[in-house]
Ligand binder design. Structure first.
Ligand SMILES: NC(=O)c1ccc[n+]([C@@H]2O[C@H](COP(=O)([O-])OP(=O)(O)OC[C@H]3O[C@@H](n4cnc5c(N)ncnc54)[C@H](OP(=O)(O)O)[C@@H]3O)[C@@H](O)[C@H]2O)c1
Length: 374
């Protein structure tokens, strides 16, 4: 009887502690939400440049504003941006979705970082005193947060490399995220070897158009999946087979693959496994489109993929691109040699970034969407 009473007491106390912790947690979250702010109230710039700024989440809150032009630190270069490119990454930040991102430090009520854009190409205007690999006048391309702007400062040893001479600034601006994602997915996650069969789902978008060409440069037999209007484009990039998803479902096909690169995870993992060879690799790249869960986006599928992988013969996993100077240089060489050619869909002005992001959000870009500086 006594033990029963003690147990009941402990249970009551535990419930009270849990409820209290929950209450404190909710209050803390509420305070953090209302205190969440950003640098939008900064003073008028003394040395201005134009940039896209968003003080609140939502496409309607994107504004072309004058902000302070950056000055390079000792290890940085100042680049006059000629072109930038848009990625699905940008609309995730504009919308603050999946909303779990906001809890992970992106900003609960307002975006913490008010600048947008990553991929850029331009000309070096000034260098910090410890920079040796670049000089003023060099044409470069790479990645840096806040690339929808007239200037960016970037660490010279980070994701920036000399622009291949045989492409325009607009083409060079398209490379960073999409090209590096395709390269790392095929080389590091897919470990693609000559004559292997590679399926690229979503072959006509930013990542897909790079992936088809890079997989061909590795000597693979490439199958690209796209809609009718993009069949000729994907074939022209070198794909050996093209599946028009409006007419044929690749998951119901008899063909088997060594590697699947999935930019559009619209088939179940078991469907993907069925068309993979026993030692094949499934590399999940995309997910979290506008029609996915606005709270967790692709994370549910990522967890399922990770949980499944140890129990099946095939390797299943998600990849996250890690931009670097080394891989930009490799891509630059592939472009210079003519093995890879960036595909440009549409070009917008800096003031038209909201329209460019809205277009990309529709999910049917053909290659890359570019921003040019007025
Ligand atoms: N993990 C990473 O590090 C990483 C890096 C970059 C991007 N991503 C993600 O990868 C995905 C692709 O990025 P992206 O830059 O290539 O996007 P994107 O340029 O917007 O690509 C859209 C492409 O998807 C195709 N598509 C749409 N529905 C399709 C379907 N049912 N079947 C096959 N293709 C379909 C479209 O072709 P049609 O017009 O022919 O339908 C279009 O060409 C996004 O989800 C992005 O968030 C991930």
């Amino acid at each position: 009887m006594k033990i029963k009473r003690i147990l009941k007491g402990v249970l009551k106390l535990t419930s009270v502690v849990i409820l209290l912790a929950l209450f404190v947690g909710i209050i803390a979250l509420f305070i953090a939400y209302w205190r969440s702010t950003n640098d939008c109230d900064k003073a008028i710039p003394s040395n201005p440049m134009k940039a896209i700024v968003y003080c609140d989440y939502g496409l309607a809150n994107l504004k072309l504003k004058e902000i302070e032009k950056p000055t390079p630190n000792d290890d940085q270069i100042l680049v006059k941006v000629h072109a930038a490119s848009v990625n699905p990454y940008d609309w995730h930040f504009v919308e603050g979705t999946p909303k779990i991102m906001r809890l992970m430090g992106v900003g609960l009520r307002k975006p913490k970082d008010t600048r947008l854009g990553v991929d850029f190409a331009g000309t070096v205007e000034a260098v910090g005193k410890s920079v040796t690999q670049f000089k003023p006048g060099d044409d470069v391309f790479g990645g840096k947060g806040g690339a929808f702007a007239e200037y960016v400062c970037r660490r010279a040893e980070g994701a920036v490399a000399l622009k291949p001479a045989n492409i325009t600034f607009q083409q060079a601006a398209s490379v960073n995220i999409a090209g590096i994602t395709a390269l790392q997915a095929l080389r590091d996650k897919g470990n693609v070897q000559p004559r292997q069969k590679v399926l690229i789902n979503g072959a006509s978008g930013g990542v897909g158009t790079f992936a088809v060409q890079i997989a061909k440069s590795f000597g693979a037999e490439v199958t690209g999946v796209c809609s009718t209007r993009n069949v000729d484009l994907v074939r022209s990039l070198g794909a050996d087979h093209v599946i028009d998803y409006t007419k044929e479902d690749f998951a119901k096909d008899e063909r088997r693959y060594d590697v699947i690169l999935d930019n559009v995870p619209n088939h179940s993992l078991s469907e993907c496994r069925r068309i993979l060879n026993p030692n094949g690799k499934y590399v999940m790249i995309g997910g979290g489109g506008p029609n996915d869960s606005r709270w967790i986006g692709p994370f549910g599928r990522v967890i399922n993929t990770m949980l499944l992988s140890p129990f099946v013969s095939q390797k299943m996993g998600m990849m996250m691109a890690d931009t670097s100077q080394k891989d930009l240089t490799i891509l630059g060489d592939l472009i210079q040699s003519g093995k890879v050619k960036p595909v440009i869909d549409r070009t917008y002005k800096l003031s038209e970034v909201p329209a460019a992001i809205a277009y990309l959000e529709e999910g049917h870009a053909r290659g890359k969407v570019i921003i040019t500086m007025e």
